[in-house]
Design a protein around this ligand. Structure first.
Ligand SMILES: [Zn+2]
Length: 60
Protein backbone atom coordinates (compact mmCIF):
# COMPACT_ATOMS: atom_id res chain seq x y z
CA UNK A 1 0.00 0.00 0.00
CA UNK A 2 1.35 3.33 -1.00
CA UNK A 3 0.70 6.18 1.35
CA UNK A 4 0.11 9.58 -0.16
CA UNK A 5 3.39 11.28 0.23
CA UNK A 6 4.66 14.47 -1.28
CA UNK A 7 6.99 13.62 -4.10
CA UNK A 8 9.75 15.91 -3.04
CA UNK A 9 12.98 15.24 -4.78
CA UNK A 10 16.28 16.77 -5.49
CA UNK A 11 17.35 17.00 -9.07
CA UNK A 12 20.72 17.46 -10.66
CA UNK A 13 20.26 19.68 -13.64
CA UNK A 14 22.60 21.28 -16.10
CA UNK A 15 22.13 24.83 -17.27
CA UNK A 16 21.04 25.07 -20.89
CA UNK A 17 23.18 28.17 -21.35
CA UNK A 18 26.51 27.32 -19.73
CA UNK A 19 26.11 23.63 -18.74
CA UNK A 20 26.88 24.40 -15.14
CA UNK A 21 25.51 21.59 -12.98
CA UNK A 22 23.42 22.36 -9.94
CA UNK A 23 21.35 20.46 -7.41
CA UNK A 24 17.86 21.90 -7.02
CA UNK A 25 14.67 21.02 -5.19
CA UNK A 26 11.86 19.95 -7.51
CA UNK A 27 9.28 22.11 -5.72
CA UNK A 28 10.99 25.46 -5.44
CA UNK A 29 9.21 28.39 -3.86
CA UNK A 30 11.34 30.86 -5.75
CA UNK A 31 12.79 30.97 -9.22
CA UNK A 32 16.02 29.00 -9.33
CA UNK A 33 18.81 30.69 -11.21
CA UNK A 34 22.07 29.34 -12.51
CA UNK A 35 24.86 30.33 -10.13
CA UNK A 36 27.15 30.91 -13.06
CA UNK A 37 25.18 32.78 -15.73
CA UNK A 38 21.97 33.62 -13.83
CA UNK A 39 19.68 32.14 -16.44
CA UNK A 40 16.46 30.65 -15.09
CA UNK A 41 16.71 26.96 -14.31
CA UNK A 42 13.34 26.36 -12.69
CA UNK A 43 10.17 28.40 -12.22
CA UNK A 44 7.96 27.96 -9.17
CA UNK A 45 4.39 26.89 -9.94
CA UNK A 46 3.03 26.23 -6.46
CA UNK A 47 3.69 22.53 -6.90
CA UNK A 48 6.23 20.86 -9.09
CA UNK A 49 8.62 23.45 -10.42
CA UNK A 50 8.78 24.01 -14.14
CA UNK A 51 12.25 22.87 -15.11
CA UNK A 52 13.84 25.07 -17.76
CA UNK A 53 16.99 23.06 -18.15
CA UNK A 54 18.18 19.52 -18.62
CA UNK A 55 17.70 17.00 -15.80
CA UNK A 56 20.83 14.92 -15.38
CA UNK A 57 19.92 12.91 -12.33
CA UNK A 58 17.10 12.46 -9.83
CA UNK A 59 17.82 11.82 -6.16
CA UNK A 60 15.17 10.25 -3.96
ZN1 LIG B 1 24.29 28.85 -16.57
Amino acid sequence: MNKEEPKSKFLKISCSECENEQIIFNKPTNTVQCLDCESTLCDPTGGMGKIQSKIEEVFR
